[in-house]
Ligand binder design. Structure first.
Ligand code: NAP
Length: 495
């Protein structure tokens, strides 16, 4: 393969000059076109127009990226924690200085409103800062065995070559949430970003190169044949780690493949978050929280409130106030400054929302606002509130991934808990009540990895993010996120 280097300084790129954005495979510190000669078009969901295209990697190129990561592994694992920390800190500084630039790029290829994209870019940069700090906090244990016969030393070591697979909904943050801890732990990696949003991943690769990440430590490949390329990587004996964020459906496929080589897996999968509002809640605060929990990222978030359970006494007030806020949102091109809600990422996502809403209406749901896709270019759907949603509606069972708030009324605390837990998912749940004892009691029995108690936002680089049940395995963020890229080595000794 003939690698070529590019000038990665941001002055050389413009989000309006697409030909100058990095778009070739990033392997071993060099940018290289795919031998396939094929390209993947990148579409702006706000306009349905092609922005540019990126290289379409073959299986051999996926394996070449693993080889580059393997060649760099020993030297990277041997760097001092301080060195790794300073490189990550530099990445944080560079990204912080370019938040607006990243935001525009994210918005262009994902469609989300610039305000959401700015929020994501800042959140993404924070993972570099947090893991710069964690890199120098890798501590082990020394203990005396219970029998007194020997000492037990426990040391943490990098798990090894890591394959990172990310979705399109947070193209920057899902990448840094994996690259940050992988690099801090001393692992080298191959990132396979989503086909819809490859440009942010390549821009990140160039930024990391500029921050001083040595060749081969981070490699990025885009492909239209994810199943084949990732499958081949997971069957390469040099790969020891899979960190995946995406749908539960694909997660199950990857877990089966990872089983063949008993690869260490971290899986951040889908969600179906309940949002419970008790009669005694501060309803204005609950509506504010609902807008964040539902509409952050236009509803395209694994943490998105999917099902609103509102106690009978608060139902009318809550539904009316939420409808007023939702119907006031300005819908438009994600990159326009005044836009509050951009389009969905592609036509399949929009069509799925259309189907789910039609199913809810057919089963008795009443539309208070929205309930349709506007006739215009771009994959838009209007912000919608639907009440009287029947228990067997698909809206309550499936991840909506769109701007639809489905409201169901409940009477007793136990009924709310039973309804909330009636799902295969368990990522996050939201609870609004002024009674702290009730809030904590309900939080304890909700089957989910995270709870927003009187809060519509849980994501924080310092917190362990992740789900129970079929929402995943392992945690990202916080110290837990670092340990996902490390193995405990136990040394028994006597002195
Ligand atoms: P997806 O379809 O599962 O895709 C995720 C990634 O997996 C993409 O890079 C995709 O590549 C790749 N992929 C698809 N099929 C594959 C296969 N057979 N083998 C290997 N890789 C494969 O998910 P998505 O639609 O991009 O993202 C939305 C989902 O992500 C939602 O379910 C959401 O809840 C979940 N999510 C979870 C979290 C969390 O932290 N729990 C965070 C964000 C999103 P292609 O793009 O080429 O198909």
């Amino acid at each position: 393969m003939n690698g070529r280097s590019i000038d990665s300084s941001p002055a050389r790129w413009s989000t309006h000059d697409f030909d100058s954005l990095p778009s070739e495979l990033f392997i071993g510190g060099a940018w290289m076109p795919s031998a396939s000669g094929k390209r993947i078009d990148v579409i702006n969901p706000s306009t349905e127009k092609t922005i540019t295209s990126v290289a379409d990697a073959t299986v051999e190129e996926g394996i070449a990226a693993v080889t580059a990561a393997a060649n760099a592994a020993r030297a990277w694992a041997a760097t001092s924690p301080r060195q790794r920390s300073e490189i990550l800190r530099k990445a944080f500084e560079l990204m912080k200085a370019r938040l607006d630039w990243f935001a525009e790029l994210i918005s262009l290829e994902n469609g989300k409103a610039l305000s959401d994209a700015r929020g994501e870019a800042a959140y993404a940069a924070e993972f570099f800062r947090w893991y710069a700090e964690e890199a120098v906090r890798i501590v082990g244990d020394v203990a005396l065995a219970p029998s007194g016969a020997n000492r037990m030393l426990v040391q943490y070591q990098p798990v090894g070559i890591s394959v990172l697979v990310t979705p399109w909904n947070f193209p920057a943050a899902m990448a840094t949430r994996k690259i940050g801890p992988a690099l801090a732990a001393g692992c080298t990696c191959v990132l396979k970003p989503a086909t819809e949003t490859p440009l942010t991943a390549y821009a990140m690769a160039a930024l990391l190169q500029e921050a001083g990440v040595p060749p081969g430590v981070v490699n990025v490949v885009t492909t239209s044949t994810a199943g084949k390329v990732v499958g081949a990587m997971l069957h390469d004996p040099r790969v020891r780690k899979l960190s995946f964020t995406g749908s539960t459906e694909v997660g199950r496929v990857l877990l089966r493949q990872a089983a063949d080589q008993v690869i260490n897996c971290s899986m951040e999968l889908g969600g179906n978050a309940p949002f419970i509002v008790f009669d005694d809640a501060d309803i204005d605060a609950a509506v504010e929280g609902a807008m964040v929990a539902k509409m952050r990222n236009g509803g395209e978030a694994c943490t998105a409130a999917n099902r609103f359970y509102v106690q009978r006494g608060a139902a009318e007030h809550f539904s009316a106030a939420l409808t007023a806020k939702m119907s006031a949102l300005r819908v438009g091109n994600g990159c326009a400054a005044e836009t509050q809600l951009g389009p969905l990422v592609n036509s399949e996502s929009r069509d799925k929302v259309v189907e789910l809403v039609a199913d809810a209406i057919a089963k008795g749901g009443r539309v208070l606002t929205g309930g349709k896709a506007p006739v215009r270019d771009g994959y838009f759907y209007l912000p919608s509130v639907i009440v009287d949603v029947a228990d067997d509606s698909r809206l309550l069972d499936e991840e909506i991934f769109g701007p639809i708030a489905a409201i169901v009324v409940f009477d007793s605390e136990q009924e709310a808990i039973d309804k909330a837990n009636r799902t295969e998912y368990g990522l996050v749940a939201y609870v609004y009540t002024k009674d702290l004892a009730r809030g904590l009691r309900v939080s304890e029995v909700l089957e989910s990895g995270m709870i927003g108690l009187n809060r519509g936002l849980v994501s924080d680089p310092a917190a362990p993010f992740g789900g129970v049940k079929q929402s995943g395995l392992g945690r990202e963020g916080g110290h837990h996120g670092l340990l996902e890229f490390m193995e405990a080595k136990y040394i028994a000794t006597s002195w």
